[in-house]
Design a protein around this ligand. Structure first.
Ligand SMILES: NC(=O)C1=CN([C@@H]2O[C@H](COP(=O)(O)OP(=O)(O)OC[C@H]3O[C@@H](n4cnc5c(N)ncnc54)[C@H](O)[C@@H]3O)[C@@H](O)[C@H]2O)C=CC1
Ligand SMILES: O=C([O-])CC(=O)C(=O)O
Length: 315
């Protein structure tokens, strides 16, 4: 039994995330939360969802609301509200615009659902996670972001295709910024449990092309169809299932690190974290020298923008 609230439920990502979350068997209540003025969209979406539940034989309660009091007793609140980037923009270009909104929602959640877990999706997700952490006042484990989970899934799909294996045979991850400075961890990539560099086919793996694709996947999709929707929605639901199902899986989310990766810390960024009913717990890891260097660069980039955004919010 779990209650999930989706803030930004009139938007593209919010809607498909809500739909994907509605397929998790133990989710019994969903609130489609939106801003005033969007009541019609939320009402229409609610009835469309209810039709889908009838068709699929799902039995759960689903409401929409613009009233913060309805956040009460949410187990997890997903924030998808915010401006998306347009063709040609970088995710970081959204930082200052979306920060005010995330601050407002973090304070709202803290007041109305003080025991919940906050799951941030809005971009730039690492910085918005830091804003949500600061203004909710929640402990670090109870605020995390989608981070590089979707990037890791994108890479996994390419690697599986190259090796002609099922995606479940591939364990790989990308850490760092959900953006240009992301760092693929080949040192932590296995296929069927075998370290990828021990497989002869690794030599012909077009690693640079693959990583380039992962870095540009979002902008490519936005240029062609206007928005990324199904990838993020499914990735969001799989994290919600992991958290609320207390699965203790290790997935790569944006979380506050202290010193888990080679003593680098005091920032919210994509790292492997154990996810369970208490939230996200970064796992201490050791990676190759080259990966540490790139991760450090990614961290410093995010640290600077996070500090600028928080400074502006405080002024
Ligand atoms: N972290 C990730 O991997 C991903 C993040 N995103 C991010 O998610 C966010 C939403 O993307 P889409 O759903 O495509 O956008 P959208 O434009 O379809 O929906 C935006 C939602 O935010 C709400 N919103 C916008 N400005 C608001 C304001 N001032 N006050 C209250 N609500 C406001 C809208 O009402 C709507 O519900 C964007 O920031 C986007 O970049 C999207 C895909 C993946
Ligand atoms: O690219 C975007 O702006 C949306 C996003 O974060 C993604 O799909 O990775």
């Amino acid at each position: 039994m779990a209650k999930v609230t989706i803030i930004g439920a009139s938007g593209r990502v919010g809607q498909f995330a809500a739909y994907s979350v509605s397929q998790i068997p133990f989710v019994t209540k969903i609130i489609l939360f939106g801003r005033e003025g969007n009541e019609d969209v939320l009402e229409g979406t609610k009835w469309d969802f209810i039709d889908s539940f009838a068709a699929l034989g799902r039995n759960l309660k689903l409401f929409w609301s613009v009233d913060p009091k309805e956040l009460k007793d949410s187990d997890i609140v997903i924030i998808t509200a915010g401006i998306p980037r347009c063709n040609g923009q970088d995710r970081l270009d959204l930082a200052k615009k979306n920060a005010d909104l995330i601050r407002m929602y973090a304070e709202m959640i803290s007041k109305n659902a003080p025991e919940s877990i906050i799951f941030v999706v809005s971009n730039p997700v690492d910085i918005m996670t830091a804003v949500a952490l600061k203004y909710s006042g929640f402990p670090q484990n109870r605020v995390f972001g989608l981070g590089t989970h979707l990037d890791s899934m994108r890479l996994k799909s390419f690697v599986a295709n190259h090796f002609q294996v099922h995606v479940s045979e591939v364990h790989t991850r990308i850490i760092g910024e959900h953006g240009n400075s992301m760092v693929p961890l080949w040192s932590a990539t296995t296929i069927g449990g075998i370290q990828i560099s021990n497989l002869p086919a690794f030599a012909s793996l077009p690693k640079e092309e693959m990583v380039h694709w992962v870095k540009t996947a979002g902008s490519h999709i936005i240029a062609k169809s206007g928005a990324t929707v199904y990838g993020p929605g499914a990735a969001i639901a799989s994290l919600v299932k992991t958290v609320l199902g207390n699965e203790n899986r290790i997935l790569t989310v944006s979380a506050y690190i202290k010193s888990e990766v080679h003593d680098i810390g005091n920032v919210c960024i994509g790292v492997p974290a154990r996810l369970n009913r208490m939230g996200a717990f970064p796992v201490p890891i050791r990676i190759s020298e080259d990966e540490v260097k790139k991760f450090q660069e990614s961290v410093e980039k995010i640290r600077i923008v996070t500090a600028e955004v928080i400074e502006e919010l405080e002024s």
